[in-house]
Ligand binder design. Structure first.
Ligand SMILES: Nc1ncnc2c1ncn2[C@@H]1O[C@H](COP(=O)(O)OP(=O)(O)OP(=O)(O)O)[C@@H](O)[C@H]1O
Ligand SMILES: [Mg+2]
Length: 472
């Protein structure tokens, strides 16, 4: 699969990280915003109180006659208040006032503010404030006087809105700067290196055999360096395996070719050797059968090796046919009879049909019966019985190949069905059972060594029908 970095820039890791950073910084700014706007509000109110107090104290020092009422009020109202009073020693003195025609929405003691409630009040001002009247009071500097004023919230809210806008702009600026820095840092630390790994994987997939495709890992200690080193080691291992497999495959091909031609040569020799039997010489009569048997074995050997090489594409060509004639053919092919020293017994229902590739099933049964035959021949009295039985079991046929031989040797048992490994017999190639099993598996079936109480060996096979084949 071709992976193209940068094909979908919006979905790249860098873009996601960039978006997340902006989001998180903004989130942090929002969290900081509420306390800071609340502080700003308190400061603003305090400033107003101080301004009013300064003006109030000066006016208070003058005699009323020096300053007309109107001028007095104006001076004080310049501090943004609707009414101002000064309290000292328990006495309250109204310094200035304009008519107040609406209820006071909140009273705040600036000397004692609770952070949480101050934040709540700040939010209220921002959301609902604007034309409310509020009252605030607090000490004048370090003196024991208390200045108390009623004021419009409008100016406060406007100041808070300006402040909020500035904070918002600043937040965006900070988040952009932060995310850009983080972006470059992550790009340098991670993204580029991940991209390099990805590109290397693609390159390796294209040319797995080339030594230039192996990643040159960096010497760092972080996770990506570690991943790079692992990848590089894996690639080297893979290359070794590949080159081994290539050698093996080439060898296999060469063996198959030689084998193929060898089989033809041997077949000719076999034809010629058959004619030896006609020669009336006692010497020839003794050696001819041995020669024929050896040649037979050689031909069999080459055929099996060839067949094994072609196993991969042996897709069963299945049909529904009667099992009994096939088993009899196996018997004849092995030169066995129902009443020889080695008896071949089949207890098959002539009507039993099986859904399989007849050629492949022949090879399976032939291999199993040949093994049984060889096992019986290895007994001192060279006699015994081979039994082939079968029955239908729903959508499958169960077959048994049973013999009264010496039983499976331990070595063969341990490497059962493993090509070239399983043989425990001189002259055996160890392919028979492996071939049988591969063919049975290609039918979707199973083959196993059955346990048996009496002496001998029994194989159990299960060949399932193709779905719906039997109905047809
Ligand atoms: N019926 C049996 N009784 C006793 N031993 C058996 C029987 N069938 C197989 N074996 C043992 O299992 C081994 C593996 O059998 P397999 O058919 O795979 O190989 P092989 O007969 O040695 O060689 P090939 O069949 O390729 O010529 C045999 O060498 C034999 O020792
Ligand atoms: Mg065999």
């Amino acid at each position: 699969m071709e992976i193209r970095p940068g094909r979908a820039p919006l979905r790249s890791l860098s873009a996601k990280l960039l978006a997340l950073t902006v989001l998180f910084v903004l989130l942090a700014e929002v969290l900081i915003f509420i306390p800071s706007v609340s502080t700003m509000r308190l400061r603003w109110l305090n400033d107003r109180l101080s301004a009013a107090a300064a003006a109030g104290i000066v006016i208070d020092a003058l005699q009323p006659a020096d300053l007309p009422e109107a001028a007095r009020n104006e001076t004080l109202m310049a501090a943004g208040a609707r009414a101002i009073a000064l309290r000292r020693q328990g006495q309250s003195q109204l310094l200035a006032a304009t008519p107040i025609d609406q209820p006071i929405a909140g009273v705040f003691n600036l000397a004692e503010t609770e952070p949480l409630s101050a934040m709540g009040e700040a939010l209220k001002t921002l959301l609902f404030g604007g034309d409310r009247l509020i009252r605030a009071y607090g000490p004048v500097g370090d003196s024991r006087m208390i200045i108390d004023m009623v004021l419009d919230e409008t100016a406060l809210r406007e100041a808070m809105l300006v402040y909020s806008r500035n904070v918002a702009l600043l937040s965006v600026l900070i988040s952009l700067i932060t995310s850009t820095l983080i972006f470059f840092a992550i790009d340098r630390l991670m993204i580029r290196r991940i991209r390099r790994l990805t590109l290397n994987m693609q390159q390796f997939a294209r040319e797995p055999a080339s030594p230039a495709s192996v990643l040159q890992p960096d010497a760092g200690e972080d996770e990506l360096s570690l991943a790079g080193r692992h990848l590089s080691a894996m690639q080297k291992e893979l290359q070794e395996t590949l080159s081994q497999q290539k050698t093996l495959a080439e060898l296999g091909l060469a063996v198959s070719k030689i084998n193929h031609d060898m089989r033809n040569v041997l077949a000719t020799a076999q034809l010629l050797s058959d004619r030896l039997a006609d020669i009336d010489d006692p010497m020839v009569k003794t050696f001819a059968p041995k020669l024929v048997r050896t040649l037979d074995r050689a031909v069999g050997y080459t055929s099996e090796v060839l067949a094994y090489g072609q196993m991969a594409d042996a897709v069963p060509r299945r049909s529904l046919f009667a099992l009994q004639p096939l088993v009899l053919e196996v018997r004849d092919n092995l030169g066995l009879e129902a009443d020889g020293a080695i008896r071949f017994v089949e207890t098959l229902d002539p009507g039993l049909m099986i859904d399989a590739d007849s050629e492949q099933l022949f090879r399976v049964l032939h291999n199993l019966c040949r093994n049984a035959h060889q096992a019986l021949l290895s007994l001192p009295d060279r006699s015994g019985e081979i039994t082939v039985s079968a029955r239908r079991d729903g959508q499958a046929v169960i077959l048994f190949v049973d013999d009264t031989g010496p039983g499976m040797p331990e070595k063969a048992r341990q490497n059962l069905f493993r090509a070239f490994k399983g043989t425990a017999r001189t002259g055996g190639t160890g392919l028979g059972l492996a071939i049988a099993r591969d063919l049975v598996l290609a039918h979707g079936g199973s083959i196993e060594l059955d346990s048996k109480e009496e002496r001998g060996t029994r194989f159990r096979l299960r060949i399932p029908d193709r779905p719906a084949a039997i109905k047809a």
